[in-house]
Design a protein around this ligand. Structure first.
Ligand SMILES: C[S@@+](CC[C@H](N)C(=O)[O-])C[C@H]1O[C@@H](n2cnc3c(N)ncnc32)[C@H](O)[C@@H]1O
Length: 231
């Protein structure tokens, strides 16, 4: 004889429902508290080092998506993210379908790098300076794209110049550089020689609104040949 009566079934189902509701509620609460704690950490890091963090608040999902959008998915070369912060752009790169095997993440702040390691345990997170990029990458590595949220306008000019040298060295000819800025007007003078601007768009749903710029690494050999032809 079955001992699973209608009344026990009803109470079992109601127990399951309450567990389901509780699970959903606690998952939502956990996600919310993670978001709050990661934003709090970001603000804390900004207050400690405003010119290095360069933003009061992490990038919005819209800005992060726009940064990830130009990155080629069907390719084997590395994708290097610089200044990952709490990981908004990192998440957008993964959501876009960039394989974790291709991603290399660089963040200078120890606290933010630790946070990134907890958030993305499967990704290589380097707590390092973007000006040391060549030393971090394996020799001869092919880099398809550099996705940078570095605050180039507030970093020291010598540091910016060292960082740009690294980009020139590591990016393969034709490789992409994606950078955002809060300066909605004008072009970046430093990038004009070796990088060809191919796209720029403004993301209004961000605090503050930001401009995403996409550049292609000019093939210097081809450019030299073309120039020689023109002479
Ligand atoms: C504007 S925040 C962007 C954070 C995150 N990508 C976002 O979009 O929310 C810039 C980040 O770059 C990091 N950073 C600044 N200078 C750096 C450097 N030289 N090397 C590596 N990271 C750096 C800061 O610590 C900060 O996390």
């Amino acid at each position: 004889m079955s001992r699973f009566t209608d009344s026990t079934r009803r109470s079992f189902v109601s127990d399951l429902r309450s567990i389901g509701v509780d699970c959903a509620t606690s998952t939502y609460r956990a996600a919310k508290s993670f978001e709050t704690s990661s934003s709090a950490l970001f603000v804390h890091e900004f207050l400690r080092k405003p010119t290095i963090v360069g933003a009061v608040w992490p990038s919005s999902t819209g800005l992060a998506r726009r940064m990830a959008c130009p990155v080629p998915v069907q390719s084997d070369g590395l994708v290097v993210e610089l200044g990952a912060g709490t990981g908004s752009v990192t998440q957008a790169l993964l959501d876009r379908g960039v394989s974790p095997m291709r991603l290399r993440i660089v963040e200078r702040s120890a606290a933010l790098a630790q946070h990134l390691r907890r958030r993305f345990p499967a990704l290589p997170i380097w707590q390092a300076d973007a000006a040391d990029l060549i030393n971090l990458l394996p020799e001869g590595a092919t880099v398809d794209a550099v996705v940078s949220s570095l605050p180039l306008r507030s970093l020291a000019p010598q540091l910016v110049s060292a960082i740009l040298d690294q980009w020139r060295s590591v990016l393969r000819p034709g490789g992409l550089l994606v950078q955002f800025t809060y300066a909605l007007r004008g072009e970046s003078a430093e990038l004009q020689n070796d990088f060809a601007a191919c796209d720029s768009s403004i993301v209004w749903k961000n605090m503050p609104p930001a401009k995403v710029m996409v550049y292609r690494r000019v093939d210097t050999l081809v450019a030299d040949e073309l120039e020689a032809h023109e002479l």
